[in-house]
Design a protein around this ligand. Sequence first.
Ligand SMILES: [Zn+2]
Ligand SMILES: [Zn+2]
Length: 134
Amino acid sequence: MKKYRDIGFKLTPQRIAVLEYLENNKEHPSAETVYSNVSKKFPTMSFATVYNTLAALRDRGYLLELTIDADKRRYDPNIHPHHHLICKVCKKIIDIPTEYMLQIPEHLRGGFEITGNHIEFYGVCPECKQQRAT
Ligand SMILES: [Zn+2]
Ligand SMILES: [Zn+2]
């Protein structure tokens, strides 16, 4: 929590509840999921508070906003470079911490200096595959 105070992020009890929910969370939750979990502890918490907290953390670089799920933006507290694999059926997202040495040919780069990449893989998770088979 200290790192947030150091960046001038005002820590209200509600914000702390959001941060605690996100800490080591690998589910890539949507704002709605964060809200439904955190509001169990803070019934007076509004969705706007959750959304604004997520946006503030994203703007400060402490949270990744993923657009891999076309239905909802999803949030990722793991800000180290990694890729994602999404289940096309249940929209579960898992981390792919592998580095891929991909090169864009010079003539296609438009003069850009490449600083990173993010690959979105799609598939069907084991649970959904199982359900389809039955
Ligand atoms: Zn699935
Ligand atoms: Zn991730």
